[in-house]
Design a protein around this ligand. Structure first.
Ligand SMILES: CC(C)(COP(=O)(O)OP(=O)(O)OC[C@H]1O[C@@H](n2cnc3c(N)ncnc32)[C@H](O)[C@@H]1OP(=O)(O)O)[C@@H](O)C(=O)NCCC(=O)NCCS
Length: 165
């Protein structure tokens, strides 16, 4: 694999052939993603292998959100106010089965973190929250420093101080 081009979801990419092993994530990119973009509910970014602009290898979504102080890990909650704090939300992140375990998930996650770090210069966030679909996905995020949120085993957080400078 020589590399990927990551850009906003557009009409050119073929979403119909995408299979990641989680039917809900396949269905989302095929049927709902462009609608969410149009309604300003999410930004959706897609990765295509270099030289195959129509091929969908993976995607992720970014939205704004907020979490209550009691949902945060104690170490972070101690330093924050008692009212809900703003976060960035990686609502979905998925890699096509054919491209899994070859480093694309890590590339997409790093790109998402970079985009949030850039956006946070003009729109403050206390961290990035991800909703992992299952325990295996949660382990993937934990591998990159995300910490489980108390009482929500598949919801994890990366504090803003861990974002790239
Ligand atoms: C989870 C997923 C995004 C990982 O993507 P990927 O391209 O296969 O992952 P990568 O090859 O980039 O792996 C990066 C690192 O994470 C580790 N990793 C990958 N999947 C993992 C898992 N399920 N559990 C623990 N670690 C995992 C890899 O071993 C690798 O470690 P290394 O850097 O030490 O080599 C992908 O498997 C997927 O789309 N699964 C189905 C959909 C899903 O569950 N999405 C997440 C929920 S929103």
């Amino acid at each position: 694999m020589t590399g990927y081009r990551i850009g906003p979801l557009g009409g050119l990419i073929d979403t119909a052939a995408f299979h990641c092993g989680q039917a809900a994530l396949d269905e989302y990119i095929r049927r709902y993603a462009s609608q969410d973009v149009r309604r300003n509910l999410a930004r959706v970014f897609v990765a295509a292998p270099a030289g195959e602009r129509r091929r969908l290898a993976g995607y992720f979504t970014l939205s704004a959100g907020s979490v209550g102080c009691s949902d945060l890990p104690a170490s972070l909650a101690r330093k924050l106010p008692r009212y809900p704090v703003p976060v960035a939300l990686i609502g979905r992140l998925a890699v096509d089965s054919e491209f899994q375990r070859k480093g694309l998930g890590a590339i997409l996650l790093a790109d998402a973190c970079r985009k949030v770090a850039q956006a946070s210069a003009v729109l403050a966030v206390a961290g990035i929250v991800v909703d992992a679909k299952d325990a295996s996905a949660a382990r993937f995020y934990a591998h990159f420093g995300f910490v489980p949120m108390p009482g929500q085993s598949n919801r994890l957080l990366l504090p803003a101080k861990a974002l790239p400078a």
